[in-house]
Design a protein around this ligand. Structure first.
Ligand SMILES: Nc1ncnc2c1ncn2[C@@H]1O[C@H](COP(=O)(O)OP(=O)(O)O)[C@@H](O)[C@H]1O
Ligand SMILES: [Mg+2]
Length: 309
């Protein structure tokens, strides 16, 4: 139901959650290591699965999450390959957002492992995972309503600023130049996701719902990710907005070489853009494959329709 993580100190990041203020921690730099170059990388995932993990950007192996007596995610294996568009679908309460929260470090798995860019991130902090190149948007829009669109994007770029504390206080020329460059970059990102320039300096709260979702995507792009996670990006959009969103997601993959993982209920979006669809039901992965095959799978039809009858 809720995508408000109640564990892990997400509150520190305010509305922006794990993407808010990634610190340039020492371990953040190791995330840039090429795949397979690390010592504790893909081979640590487990015997017999190294083949899958080797060319994976992201690999979850036997991941489970328990909340008290509730098994929210049960033994899920899941892979995202570089430059792929992958979708997770499933009824409400299936565990989709919980799974995202584990991938991004907001929740720790009860068991199992998660590997990103060849490194085990099962117990890594959200800011470390973000600095390694995984970015997300949230099921419920989390923008700062009283900040402009540009300022909201700057929040996502925070990790890339290098002026330092002293420079920030005295606003040295270097810092001012960096701020200017940051704002210019934020405008470029807003334009890239399709926000008209006349909205860039408006408060986020005054933008249309569809544009607010786009600002969130721009903010997620500001940290220059290699994997973008979108939790129900088309929710609340009208058909023309969701068509435009589909085109944007495909463009981000094609032009930026991004891998994209989305949770989505809008089947038109899912069928149009996904290379691979995974279906969750009651915390279990019940089907996976190409979109048309998955849609025709009797277990999937049952998960969606069986409960009504
Ligand atoms: N922080 C939490 N504490 C307890 N239960 C939770 C928490 N987060 C999610 N859940 C429960 O886990 C199940 C899966 O929820 P969720 O991952 O939000 O599903 P989905 O995103 O597929 O709709 C639900 O029963 C939900 O109530
Ligand atoms: Mg959800």
């Amino acid at each position: 139901m809720s995508d408000q993580p109640s564990e892990n100190t997400e509150a520190a990041g305010g509305m922006t959650g794990g993407e808010g203020a990634p610190r340039p921690a020492a371990d953040a730099t190791t995330g840039a290591a090429p795949q397979g170059a690390g010592t504790g990388g893909a081979t640590a995932v487990g015997a017999g699965t190294t083949e899958v993990a080797d060319d994976a950007l992201l690999a979850a192996l036997g991941v489970s999450k328990r909340f008290g007596g509730l098994q929210a995610i049960a033994e899920v294996d899941f892979v995202v390959r570089p430059n792929a568009i992958a979708a997770i679908i499933g009824p409400n309460g299936a565990g989709k957002t919980t799974f995202f929260n584990m991938l991004t470090g907001l929740y720790k798995p009860s068991s199992g492992s998660i590997t990103f860019r060849g490194q085990d991130v099962s117990r890594a902090r959200p800011d470390v995972i973000s600095a390694m190149g995984m970015s997300r948007t949230f099921q419920n829009i989390r923008l700062f309503g009283t900040m402009t669109a540009v300022e909201n994007v700057l929040v996502g770029a925070h990790a890339r600023m290098k002026g330092g504390v002293v420079g920030s206080i005295f606003r040295t020329p270097k810092v001012r130049a960096e701020e200017k460059a940051g704002r210019d970059r934020a405008r470029e990102l807003l334009t890239e996701v399709g926000i008209d320039t006349r909205w860039h300096d408006h408060l986020a709260i005054n933008l249309s719902y569809g544009d607010q979702r786009r600002v969130e995507i721009a903010r997620a792009l500001a940290s220059d990710p290699s994997l973008l996670l979108l939790d129900e990006p088309a929710a609340g959009m009208n058909p023309s907005e969701s068509d435009a969103l589909s085109a944007l997601i495909r463009r981000l993959r094609d032009d930026r070489g991004l891998a994209i993982l989305l949770i989505e209920h809008d089947m038109k979006v899912v069928m149009n853009i996904s290379d691979r669809v995974t279906v969750f039901d009651h915390g279990e992965k019940i089907a996976e494959g190409e979109p048309l095959a998955v849609r025709a799978d009797p277990r999937v039809v049952e998960a969606y329709l069986g409960k009504q009858g």
